[in-house]
Write a protein that binds this ligand. Structure first.
Ligand code: IPE
Ligand code: IPE
Ligand code: MG
Length: 231
């Protein structure tokens, strides 16, 4: 499952605080959601932290966010490792990502690489379309003949090809869009849009979203089993 962590800016502006305070307030939710997901038995959790489009934001906000993410990664690395969480980072190809932050990402990936608990993918400097374009380039570079390209071979050229399809996307703050997030993997995801802003999102909201998901009728283009008896 995956979360688009949205609403930090609105959380801050409602309190007449700078947007960066909203990002700081998001830290507690991140940790709470990781714990709640583990408790619920979620094996694959992806969090959308920074998009390729987020580079359009004011320089100050971007700088504050980079510092914050660095602090969060360093602070929580021991806890994540102790919990058996395998961490990895999807994106991070832009030279504007500060080198020390990219190093911290690499360190955490290495530290937790052998863990077999939940896999936590942090999408940072991520764009779903960019990943698809990169996969196409990778196929071409590998000289794969066009007739050999099917969905399975294509997906094998995406970053982290072991990532399963996303079953559930939670986007907080009431916004109802995907914003270029893991486009390939969310093809058949169920979407839940709780109105609560990300810094206010708690474990109970998370459990509620899982409950909503379980009540969905997933048909994948087929016919719902209970529809068989209908006349
Ligand atoms: C999400 O919160 C965090 C990032 C995109 C980094 P926003 O900063 O988008 O918050 P709103 O949408 O402005 O409220
Ligand atoms: C999407 O949120 C990206 C992240 C949550 C990291 P945005 O707030 O940037 O997306 P838009 O601009 O509302 O589509
Ligand atoms: Mg937003």
């Amino acid at each position: 499952m995956a979360c688009v962590m949205d609403g930090n800016g609105r959380w801050a502006s409602r309190r007449s605080l700078p947007r960066s305070s909203g990002h700081s307030a998001a830290e507690a939710t991140v940790i709470e959601v990781i714990e709640a997901a583990r408790r619920a038995g979620v094996e694959w959790l992806s969090l959308y932290a920074f998009s390729t489009e987020n580079w359009r934001r004011p320089r100050d906000e971007i700088a504050a966010l980079m510092l914050l993410v660095r602090r969060v990664v360093r602070k929580h690395a021991p806890l994540l490792h102790a919990r058996g969480v395998r961490c990895r980072f999807l994106g991070v190809s832009d030279s504007r990502v500060p080198a020390p932050l990219a190093r911290d990402f690499a360190d955490l990936t290495l530290l937790t690489g052998a863990n077999r608990g939940m896999t936590l993918t942090v999408a940072f400097d991520h764009g779903g379309r960019r990943d698809i374009v990169e996969a196409a380039r990778s196929l071409l570079r590998a000289g794969v003949p066009p007739e050999a390209v099917d969905e399975r071979t294509f997906a094998a050229h995406l970053p982290f090809p072991d990532t399963p399809d996303v079953d559930l996307v939670i986007r907080t703050s009431g916004e109802q869009r995907i914003s270029n997030f893991m486009l390939w993997q969310v093809a058949y995801a169920e979407l839940v849009f709780p109105p609560v802003l990300w810094p206010d999102f708690r474990a109970a909201h998370f459990v509620e979203c899982l409950h909503t998901y379980r009540q969905r009728d997933r048909r994948f283009g087929g016919v719902a089993p209970h529809a068989n008896g209908e006349t």
